[in-house]
Ligand binder design. Structure first.
Ligand code: NAD
Length: 348
């Protein structure tokens, strides 16, 4: 049985740090079993890549959102033996999920494995932006010291309105972590309403219209999966409804934002619409008129060492369940045998 894993290269860091489990070098240690031939590579682009060459006879494909092998309908049609795709992490938008339904290919992810890691990153990003941290630090590295240039664009989070698009595992945890900051309000926009007790626990109020929602927020954080209903959701029209000077933190998926519209309006996050992002991607260098407002990082919020331990263990467990013919954990199943198994990837 052929198992194909597309992971990112860890190079020297992976050699020095064995806990970097999601890398080609450390290949989610312990994954290997007698019954399978495991091929691990980072080479994923184009018809001559290991990904496309080995997909044709692989039964199991393991991919990660941090270095996604894009599994299109066209590739699935060539992958005659493919039975199961496992996402080592959370977010399976790099797989054509509708095509997986049609081809009866199961898609599973390690649900919950890195949601705390991302929620912490979002809180960090919100504080980084609201407090104008990046230009302040850059000023220090440059050898300058001009407090007023930083202070004129630095605020407290206390008293601000923070809203999340998507109040699932990550969105909920973001608002939960913000409770002690005494924000003016916590809002959420999600077609799935939270039970009242869960809303109260994180002081959240649901706003059903997205334009109304963004127009009330000082900070908008995006925590919904990428699917037909969220692709390009943050576009020029919606951005025009944001409060002037609002902050946008998108750690969900880059393609939820329109590249040029966001660059024109400016802000932050750690996810990109093409990964790795090209050197000249406008989000790398965009700045607001005061020289700040950009907290972009590579896509790493959900791949901390703690998260890697959890998603490597989760990947192994999904694989073992598959080998042994055992029932999978229902929360991990995105696409079951020829049918959607989650409501999180859009209303159907
Ligand atoms: P989840 O399934 O627990 O929650 C997603 C929520 O989004 C659900 O409540 C769903 O109803 C809501 N939603 C879906 N479509 C929506 C829409 N059009 N408008 C508003 N709400 C909508 O998922 P999660 O664990 O919170 O993860 C969310 C996403 O975050 C993942 O799908 C993934 O894309 C991203 N993620 C990023 C990283 C990272 O490293 N940056 C790591 C993990 C997850």
């Amino acid at each position: 049985m052929k198992v194909l894993a597309i992971l990112y290269n860890g190079f020297n860091a992976a050699v020095k740090e064995p806990r970097l489990l999601g890398t080609v070098e450390n290949k989610t240690n312990g994954l290997h079993r007698e019954v399978m031939s495991l091929l691990v590579s980072s080479d994923k682009e184009g018809p001559n890549s290991d990904f496309e060459k080995h997909l044709v006879d692989a039964e199991v494909v393991i991919t990660t959102p941090f270095h996604p092998g894009y599994l299109t309908r066209e590739l699935m049609e060539k992958a005659k033996n493919l039975k199961i795709c496992i996402t080592a992490g959370v977010g399976s938008d790099h797989i054509d999920l509708n095509a997986a339904v049609d081809h009866k290919i199961q898609v599973l992810e390690v649900t919950g494995s890195n949601v705390v890691s991302v929620a912490e990153h979002v809180v960090m990003n919100i504080l980084t932006l609201v407090r104008n941290f990046v230009p302040a630090h850059e000023m220090i590295e440059r050898g300058d010291w001009q407090v007023s240039d930083i202070a004129r664009n630095a605020f407290d989070l206390e008293g601000k309105v923070v809203g999340t698009i998507g109040a699932g595992r990550i969105g909920y945890r973001v608002l939960q972590r913000l409770v002690p900051f005494d924000c003016k309000e916590h809002l959420y926009y999600d077609y799935a309403k939270l039970p009242v007790e869960r809303e109260q626990a994180i002081k959240a109020r649901r706003v059903e219209d997205i334009e109304e929602f963004v127009s009330q927020c000082d900070v908008v954080t995006v925590n919904a999966p990428l699917h037909e209903g969220t692709r390009g959701l943050i576009n020029e029209k919606l951005l025009s409804k944001f409060k002037p000077g609002a902050w946008l933190v998108n750690t969900a998926r880059g393609a939820i934002c329109d590249t040029d519209a966001v660059a024109a309006a400016l802000k932050s996050g750690d996810v990109w619409n093409v990964q790795p992002a090209p050197k000249d991607h406008p989000w790398r260098t965009m700045k607001n008129p005061l020289g700040g407002g950009n907290g972009m990082t590579p896509h790493y919020s959900g791949t901390t060492l703690d998260a890697q331990a959890r998603y490597a263990a989760g990947t192994k467990s999904i694989l073992e369940n598959y080998f042994e013919g055992r029932e999978q954990e229902p929360a991990n199943v995105i696409v079951g045998h020829g049918a959607w198994a989650t409501k999180a990837y859009g209303q159907r």
